[in-house]
Ligand binder design. Sequence first.
Ligand code: ADP
Ligand code: MG
Length: 392
Amino acid sequence: MTYACGDSVGCLRENIPGPVPVICVLVGDLMRVLILILAAVMLLFLPSGCNSSGESSYNRYTESIFDTFDTLVQVVIYAESEEEFREYFSALHDRLKELHRLYDIYNSYEGINNVKTINDNAGIRPVEVEQEIIDLINFSRQWSDKTGGNVNIALGPVLEIWHFYRQEALFDPENAQLPPMEDLLEANLYTDLDRVLVDEENMTVFMPEREMSLDVGAVAKGYALQLAVDELIQNGLESAIISAGGNIRTVGSPKDGERDLWGIGIRDPDASVMAGTEDILDVIYLESGSVDTSGDYQRYYIVDGEMAHHIIDPNTLMPANYYRAVTVVANGSGPADFMSTALFLLPYEESLALVESLEDFEALWVMPDGEVRTTVGMEQKLRSHGATNTRQ
Ligand code: ADP
Ligand code: MG
């Protein structure tokens, strides 16, 4: 889907006493089917349905969604009955499916104008779209302005070339190549976000040149998660943790009568494909909020022994190489997803200055040599600095 781009590694750690259930997901190009099967098998070993939980009147229910955003969505909800859980779960599933179709850049759907429809009609005609698409474009433009413009959803022509070469490499790894710079430079002539024309009155989007295209892979999954979960909260959801690939959203605190805070594992970028407990770099403890990671290991191919990953610096048109990974904590998962990519694309001093200039963000950077740097606020949330699942 949209996220052909967004294939990602997320690691959701429910940090409860006893045998620790660790749900790690890796969804990469070739690995996707295998891993989804593996994940399904892993789920068999997790407490299914509900667990009785301490003295709380709430029970813990878990379920997974396999058919949205090309990633495994894992849902843990504390609810007072299975029926209540089912209502939240099916509302979430339906909404994510709907948003997935709207934000998809690779597939068309009968009766729906989605981001692919906008791309297909670049240089031809304005396309009438749903409010959710206009909102996503406005959100992306606003955050692009706030963060210096490196994350640009109009970078589609450049990202398509990288996508093509990555796909080729999957089928013929021996002959994997980097895209020719002249092709990238030519494509980059058609990546001006200001030329993505949104007509709010007529609810249309138009890109005036045939070569233009949108790629919403850096933002849409987090944005969709935020919309869907906010709607559940409006309908009464009080306690949940939801992981969509690298994007994790928590609601309230875990109503298990024991913990105040959720524990979320940050994956070690050097971890093996089949991540387990040992592959967790650290654990973030938080109440309501969002955590998102952008990493070089989430989608890549190898050329002459070097990793060519999926987050492209618009200044060099090459993969950014400042970090192995950047993890962001924020209030909303839309901003968290956007910011993890934006911070990944800036050298450390600028990346740090950007987080510090904005409210409500904390960040953790894994440098190329494995060194971990954090904002002060992030440090206070980390297990390695003494944080636990109870409020201090
Ligand atoms: P993931 O989706 O794997 O969690 P990100 O949120 O960092 O990781 O998004 C990476 C995706 O964003 C890429 O696969 C690509 O589709 C898109 N992308 C890459 N570079 C840029 C960029 N400079 N601006 C906008 N989108 C980008
Ligand atoms: Mg992102």
